[in-house]
Design a protein around this ligand. Sequence first.
Ligand code: ATP
Length: 240
Amino acid sequence: MSEHSGLIVNGLSVHYGQHQALNQVSLNIKPGEIVVILGANGAGKSTLLRSIGGLTPRTGGSLQMNGHPLATLKAHQIVETGLALVPEGRGIFGDLTVEENLLLGAYAKRARADQQQNLERIYSLFPRLVERRRQIARTMSGGEQQMVAIGRAMMSSPSILMLDEPSLGLSPLLSSDVFKTCKAVRETGLGILLVEQNAKQSLSIADRGYLLENGQIVAENSARNLLNDPAVQKAYLGGS
Ligand code: ATP
């Protein structure tokens, strides 16, 4: 693996008018690791992923993906560098079938030639989607729809996937399915930058984590150390 592989974010800032939503955020992630960003409502988690992906304008900082600077790239060009975002709420097309949704993820130039191979890889990772490939997406369960959204992002042949609160609105059972899915995706060599409010489950599958408070990174550590940190337990794990 080259020293340039993966995503490096340095001093990223975002403003909404006068309001500073992100203040000098720095982080990194390499293929093959799960890195979680924990933060309360409004901490800036969605803004962080959207601004990295080029969907929300940045007001400062530099970003590199696999050695490519991202500053001047548009969202679709950022996908071509190997970085894919699954937005909060999944953004799947409810009236299309599972397979049609997956194929829509293959528009990136880097992925067109690998479309069939990627589809097979995704079906082997998510056997439930094979059985349901012709099913209309909105009739799938929330957990299955999350699999479709992750599968669609994987159709662009990414090396890093960014997931915005994949467990949001899911029952505990379906949430744990989603976290198992993340582990299976990591096994294929991808890196996952995971934004979550579900601290316990996300830290239990992650390698490392960052705490985001009011738009700033206030701590960075291994997932194990964060799980055992009394301040993290108090703020995010319901401990006292
Ligand atoms: P949640 O977990 O509730 O989704 P979050 O950590 O993802 O929260 P963001 O959605 O990134 O937080 O929002 C960070 C801050 O920026 C909040 O104070 C929010 O109100 C503000 N904000 C987000 N989007 C906009 C926008 N388009 N215009 C103005 N302010 C915004």
